[in-house]
Design a protein. Structure first.
Length: 134
């Protein structure tokens, strides 16, 4: 991360987040997205997840997000700004995405984009506390 202390508009950076065998804590936006597919279950357990992102102009730009649950997987990209406003496109399906390890660690980003385009998409706007699913 780079930026001037006290001025969030100057913060820039890039990052990658990898999660294995985790349990999602109660984020209303995540819960609402996951409940679109009842196969996820009440526990919201994640067997694997990864996110690649950039930070600039008071936004987290999600280049790719892939998450695998017991019976459901989803991929997303878009942005979350520092005021918690959402602009995400989410593709969800029952079952795995060719085996989540393959998606997370092996294939180039452009192939992931093609896969995301091939399945049903949902637009998530609103805020982290009050997400709107379209």
């Amino acid at each position: 991360l780079r930026g001037k202390g006290g001025d969030s508009s100057t913060i820039t950076g890039i990052g990658k987040l990898v999660i294995t065998e985790g349990k999602l804590f109660p984020i209303p936006a995540a819960a609402k997205i996951l409940l679109l597919n009842p196969g996820w279950g009440k526990e919201q357990v994640v067997s694997a997840a990864t996110a690649n992102f950039d930070i600039e102009k008071r936004k987290i730009l999600v280049r790719s997000l892939a998450m695998q649950g017991p019976n459901v997987s989803f991929m997303a990209k878009g942005s979350i700004d520092f005021d918690t406003n959402l602009d995400l496109w989410v593709s969800m399906q029952s079952g795995g995405l060719l085996g989540i390890e393959f998606i997370l660690f092996q294939i180039p980003a452009w192939i992931g984009d093609l896969l995301r385009e091939a399945v049903y998409k949902t637009h998530v706007t609103g805020t982290l506390e009050n997400p709107v699913i379209k």
